[in-house]
Write a protein that binds this ligand. Structure first.
Ligand SMILES: [Fe+2]
Length: 286
């Protein structure tokens, strides 16, 4: 059975979220949903997430899963908001405590934040198979961008998270804490060893001036034309290229707010005694 896939492109962060479902009136999984965030006013809003909700209501879908490919550093997740509105279980890779521990130190979070992954409903292991109504989705552990990245293989479609970008954009960066270009290369080769006709769905598109947004490609197309990892590029060549390129990249604009929320499965830090939730900004640390 082929999955039904609806993509939602967020032009502000270049993120693509997906609703994957078996049939109208059936079951769905949401992958990598975005919460709108205005950093100037430090104000969140739900216009983007509400579009997913409207689609899910229109198709009369029951939400089984709200899946993250990793703890994103470029956008805040709307997983907690969607879970409140739609139900479903949140899930992320079982290596997430490593990421939580790293950022607990960076943000000097207190004892209320326990880095054990338990703020997600379920932690996923490599090879685990999820059910989405009549569909199945297999978890593929694809670390490198972070130590806890997953891809989700649903029948002939794979949601690759931050591993590959579209062929003309190459690959995701590997210089965040715990990132590793060598591991990223091996994860990408694992994806490129899938059958050539496998459809690959990106988590981001950063819109080169020459074209509009795109998020779907195939293993065959990536192997021929991905500018960083087409067939013939060796692991050492990739590591040299990726490392050199990462040195030139600025930190993502929303890194600091995003990570603090995303390691909490999209929940905001606890309210302080004045009823306000605060994010922290470390000085001269990142
Ligand atoms: Fe990412």
């Amino acid at each position: 059975m082929k999955p039904n896939i609806e993509a939602f492109f967020d032009p502000v962060t270049g993120t693509v979220s997906y609703v994957v479902y078996d049939q109208p009136g059936g079951r769905c999984a949401i992958i990598d949903p975005v919460l709108d965030y205005d950093p100037k006013a430090s104000r969140t809003s739900t216009g983007g997430a509400d579009k997913l909700i409207a689609f899910i209501m229109d198709k009369r879908l029951t939400t089984e899963w709200i899946l993250e490919t990793h703890a994103h550093a470029d956008h805040i997740s709307s997983a907690a908001y969607l879970r409140r509105k739609l139900g479903g279980k949140t899930a992320i890779g079982k290596e997430i405590p490593e990421v939580q521990q790293t950022f607990k130190k960076i943000f000097n979070l207190g004892p209320e934040f326990v880095p054990d992954g338990k703020n997600f409903d379920h932690l996923l292991a490599d090879g685990e198979v999820l059910t989405i109504g009549k569909l199945t989705a297999k978890v593929i552990f694809t670390p490198g961008h972070t130590p806890a990245d997953l891809s989700y293989q649903c029948e002939d479609a794979v949601f690759v998270g931050d591993t590959l970008f579209m062929p003309d954009l190459g690959t995701a960066r590997a210089d965040f804490p715990g990132g590793d270009a060598r591991r990223l290369f091996r994860s990408i080769r694992k994806l490129l060893d899938l059958p050539p006709e496998t459809r690959l769905f990106m988590c981001h598109d950063y819109l080169p001036p020459s074209r509009g947004p795109r998020w779907e490609t195939t293993v065959a197309e990536q192997r021929v034309s991905n500018i960083h990892v087409h067939d013939g590029v060796s692991e050492d060549e990739f590591v040299a290229l990726r490392t050199a390129r990462d040195r030139t990249l600025a930190m993502p604009t929303l890194l600091l707010p995003s990570v603090q929320v995303n390691i909490r499965a999209g929940q905001m830090p606890p309210l302080e005694e004045n009823g306000v939730s605060y994010l922290k900004i470390p000085l001269n640390l990142i």
